[in-house]
Design a protein around this ligand. Sequence first.
Ligand SMILES: *Cc1c(COP(=O)(O)O)cnc(C)c1O
Length: 377
Amino acid sequence: MKTNTKIPGWKDKILFTPGPLTTSPKVKQAMLRDLGSRDFEFIGVIKGIRELLLKAGQATSDEYTTVPLQGCGTYALEAVIGCYVPQDGKLLVVINGAYGHRIAKIASVLKIDFETMEFPEDQTPDPAQIQAKLKSDPNITNVAITHCETTTGIMNPIKEVGAIVKAAGAKFFVDAMSCFGAVPTNLAECNIDYLVSSANKCIEGVPGFSFVIAKISSLLETEGNARSLSFDLCAQYKGLEANGQFRFTPPTHAMLAFYQALLELDAEGGVEARAARYRNNYETLVKGMRKMGFEEYLDQKVQGYIITSFRYPKDPNFSFEKFYEALNERDYVIYPGKVSNADCFRIGNIGRISASDVRDLLGAIRDVIKEMGLKLL
Ligand SMILES: *Cc1c(COP(=O)(O)O)cnc(C)c1O
């Protein structure tokens, strides 16, 4: 296997994963600076990021605010769960994959009263059942769900669920980690109180921080709820509003890269244009994979264009480790599966990649199948 030494002009492997993702040269170059975390230039970067993220969520600054937070996406999930559920509240976690389970795990570690509502991994949660649950248990004050459940790539009906949660008078939290910035979402229309995503997914930045887009009135109600100092979202918000700064050291380089990534999202034509590029990647991928004899795990009706799970071929000579390694040697990085009841691998369509990169990957997969002597059709 090649070693990925950093030499000038080195072209990194292409990442067909759910993140970290392939980023543009300008995003990488944006990090070649040292900015003081309390310097006015960096304060301007934070402000720009917060504003552009609101725009990506079709949200206005009188109703919503962006709260960036140090740490990867799970840190922001933990911040929301730890703050938005009141001390005497009860959380309902809607689950149809591993990331829904992660939210429940966070609630369990934080000793928050919660209940789960599980649906099969290949099905979208049924809003009518959620409605019935909320009617039957008036103690539920908070509801959480994933938007794109990255386990499979399924897209959950957040707008329908949001309306139900609002009608029940509960607070609505959406883990949109893997699709925010690439799936047009109007936060107010979906009745979202809190949405979480991270720097290294569809906005195409580098890892280092996550962000919460919160309804200001809901956020202010949570003052004093925090179960941790570092994860106190309301305090982080108040600090940012008071002087434009993080309370504690921010990841300055990652934020410089992210600001550049947001400018590139805008230049590309915003969320709609990014959606179109990713959808084209997805369509190119599944067409080529089907032609070779691969099958998707999900029914196309519920499959999103962010990431696709493919079943292992039935040929007994197939080994995912060998398949992965052979593609890696050709400079393509795919991703293992996470579905609990089927053997799958995943291919992501997101990051700074286009349909021509997908076609190159398909060509490499064809070569590897031949090399491994696999019969798929
Ligand atoms: C990637 C992802 C996460 C976790 O993000 P980390 O940055 O790895 O902590 C959580 N939820 C979903 C839906 C994701 O796709």
